[in-house]
Design a protein around this ligand. Structure first.
Ligand SMILES: NC(=O)c1ccc[n+]([C@@H]2O[C@H](COP(=O)([O-])OP(=O)(O)OC[C@H]3O[C@@H](n4cnc5c(N)ncnc54)[C@H](O)[C@@H]3O)[C@@H](O)[C@H]2O)c1
Ligand SMILES: [Zn+2]
Length: 355
């Protein structure tokens, strides 16, 4: 999987030229927010290369990440006579990327697609690695497939139009990646705090590129999550439980930030990291606007949701802990007491109660 980074869409031509087989037609798939913002610029570039560049927009929002939207896209592709030589281009956040990838994995038993991610979360995480899918009967990503994009083309300037809350949420995944794999990058983030929050072009470019390459390297070594890829779930066990408990009203990356703080607290309890590192991790999250505490949660409830997570291995929860900043490890032996300790560390009500 090839990753391109550019502060314009111009190099998309180069990216397509690098493919072993040139597609016939390209269909830009976007949502009703990203399509109107960027589809025309992409058509402007690709129109010089392809006779046919179509676009298909579906209503924005996770609530539309379902099989009905996929069916509508199949119908559009069929109408326009898309065949195995054609290609889809996912222009948008994780919702667009997951759905376009799933449609590409299944239409005519699989056609090619490329990712052009436009949220911070999609640029550093969801566009990389080939996990695709839709939500089904209230379960997230219940139906899906592994299907690698031909390439991922990231234009970090698209983040200029992203709502602030989405940017902050994406920072949860950026910090997660630095914490699990790259202490030097974690230091770089601290040194470039102002440039990141003020969204200076060069700083954001570098941050997105470095975070994306952390995931790329891990996925390259373990594409189907037999081992190492699980490390990318740092912060996601307790994070997902909070997300579910809060009925998906709290943005994913914010829950991941809280999950990282929890995992760091458990790691400290085990003596892997020191208290100063734990507090540093928490401070950094807070400096980027991520929450320090979750309010209105119930420790036991969060624990039981954590245990119903699909990442259970033989009755044990697969947990990701920090041996040190920049080095995560898989732990299958985390006890309920340890998990409760981690949850209590981020339970705002509990802290206030103890006061
Ligand atoms: N496949 C994977 O490996 C993977 C990993 C993590 C998350 N995901 C999935 O990703 C999804 C979340 O992705 P997301 O956070 O990107 O959400 P999203 O795609 O819903 O985008 C968030 C919002 O921002 C808007 N938007 C996107 N880009 C914009 C831009 N440049 N300017 C203005 N508005 C813009 C969107 O229209 C949407 O309203 C979830 O469905 C999750 O399951 C998948
Ligand atoms: Zn995530």
């Amino acid at each position: 999987m090839k990753l391109y980074f550019s502060n314009s869409f111009e190099d998309l031509k180069k990216a397509f030229s690098g493919l072993s087989a040139m597609p016939g037609k390209v269909c830009i798939v976007a949502d009703t927010n990203t399509g109107p913002l960027y589809a025309d610029s992409i058509i402007g570039v690709l129109g010089e290369m392809f006779e046919n560049v179509d676009n298909f927009f579906f209503p924005a929002g996770e609530e539309n990440k379902n099989l009905r939207s996929i069916e509508a896209l199949y119908g559009f592709l069929l109408d326009k006579h898309y065949d195995r030589h054609d290609c889809l281009l996912a222009l948008g956040g994780g919702v667009v990327g997951d759905m376009t990838g799933f449609a590409a994995a299944t239409y005519l038993r699989g056609i090619s697609y490329v990712q052009v991610p436009t949220t911070l979360l999609a640029q550093v995480d969801s566009s990389i690695g080939g996990k695709t899918g839709v939500d089904f009967m209230g379960y997230k990503n219940m139906v899906g497939a592994f299907h690698m994009p031909e390439f991922v083309y990231t234009n970090p300037l698209t983040l200029k139009t992203l709502p602030e809350e989405e940017f902050i949420s994406g920072m949860g995944e950026v910090l997660k990646s630095a914490l699990l794999a790259d202490s030097e990058f974690f230091e770089w983030i601290l040194d470039n705090m102002d440039g990141i929050t003020e969204q200076e072009n060069d700083v954001i470019f570098e941050m997105v590129r470095r975070t994306a390459s952390i995931k790329e390297k891990i996925v390259d070594r373990d594409p189907t999550e037999k081992g190492e890829r699980a490390l990318l779930n740092l912060g996601h066990t307790i994070g997902h439980a909070i997300e579910k408990y809060k009925d998906f009203t709290m943005p994913h990356g914010m829950c991941v930030g809280l999950g990282c703080i929890s995992a760091a607290a458990i790691s400290m309890k085990r003596g892997y990291i020191g208290p100063e590192e734990l507090y540093e991790i928490r401070d950094v999250c807070v400096m980027f606007g991520l929450p320090m505490f979750a309010d209105g949660i119930d420790d036991q409830e969060i624990l039981s949701i954590t245990k119903s997570d699909k990442k259970m291995i033989g009755g044990h929860i697969r947990f990701i802990l920090l041996k040190e900043i920049g080095k995560a490890v898989i732990a299958d032996d985390v006890t309920d007491e340890e998990i409760l300790y981690g949850i209590r560390f981020i339970n705002g009500d509990e802290i206030r109660f103890e006061d």
